[in-house]
Ligand binder design. Structure first.
Ligand SMILES: C[S@@+](CC[C@H](N)C(=O)[O-])C[C@H]1O[C@@H](n2cnc3c(N)ncnc32)[C@H](O)[C@@H]1O
Length: 268
């Protein structure tokens, strides 16, 4: 558990995250996507999906998606990874995006249509803590910068486990922290929405995955996420970046958090 879950009520976190994501005017655009996506991947995407990118990495090359598979993208935003996944599972498969905001789902549907993958791609409004899908209905769960936003992470991970078929796999990118952030950042709604304040320590993330039943849990592709990276996202105002610069020791400015790739399997 992060300290934040002691400092803020779950509903306060949920409302802050909702408020921030429903009011941002756009995503991080190419400044963000260039950090994690290849030119070939970017060429597969409509401009709007790139403009609205808000992830902290790229799970797609590691997900091993095969034609015919059903893939679920948790916190799909404007659809960037769902569309890339849809191209890999193809029309014999199914790509499902889940986001708590209807406006994100609307954007994603438009982008999927522009990408020509809408025939086998769907977007549902819903929360990762109560995934509106039946048990054992998904082959692969992907996600990008989302699990940290949950105020009920064990519940979200248990839901991912539930919807995966036995033998199914999870491949998500998220932020983790090595050391706790100062309380004034942990209680900042903007720093929460920016994926920083809700980030788990890596060992806590791994423990939670084991606790809900996952096996073959692996964490890799560690990439520092510092103030320069944060400044690329509309989620971080110049004031918030300044606050973080003042509150964090200088040697942490280039590693406020770490972007990691987490893979795990629901045992067959
Ligand atoms: C950092 S953005 C990442 C969006 C997308 N994965 C990408 O890479 O651009 C987080 C997304 O998760 C959604 N989200 C936040 N909390 C959620 C929850 N509890 N359940 C479902 N979606 C949630 C937000 O609405 C937002 O679209």
């Amino acid at each position: 558990m992060t300290m934040t879950e002691d400092l803020m009520y779950q509903d306060e976190i949920r409302q802050s995250v909702r408020q921030v994501y429903s009011t941002i005017p756009t995503g991080g655009g190419e400044a963000v996507t260039r950090r994690s996506y290849t030119d070939d991947e970017l060429a597969e995407l409509p401009a709007g999906a790139v403009a609205w990118a808000l992830g902290v990495g790229n799970p797609i090359p590691h997900a091993g998606l095969r034609p015919g598979e059903t893939v679920l993208d948790i916190g799909s935003g404007a659809g960037i990874d769902t569309i890339l996944a849809a191209r890999r599972v193809g029309p014999t498969g199914r790509a499902i995006g889940l986001d708590m905001l209807e406006e994100m789902c609307e954007r994603a549907r438009t982008h999927a249509q522009e990408a020509g993958v809408d025939g086998w791609t769907e977007f549902h409004r819903g929360e990762m803590e109560a995934i509106p899908l039946p048990e054992a209905s998904v082959d692969v769960v992907i996600s990008n910068g989302v699990i940290n936003l949950s105020a009920r992470k064990s519940r979200a991970l248990a839901e991912i486990f539930r919807v995966l078929r036995p033998g199914g796999r999870m491949c998500v990118v998220d932020l983790t922290v090595d050391e706790e952030l100062p309380p004034s950042l942990l209680t900042s709604p903007a720093a929460w929405a920016g994926c920083v304040s809700g980030a788990l320590a890596e060992r806590v993330f791994v423990t939670k995955l084991h606790n809900v039943g996952f096996t073959q849990v692996e964490v890799g592709h560690h990439t520092p996420f510092g103030l320069d990276a944060a400044a690329l996202y509309p989620l971080f105002s110049p004031e918030l970046i300044d606050q973080m610069r003042r509150l964090l020791p200088a040697d942490r400015h280039d590693r406020v958090a770490t972007s990691v790739l987490v893979t795990a399997t629901r045992p067959a």
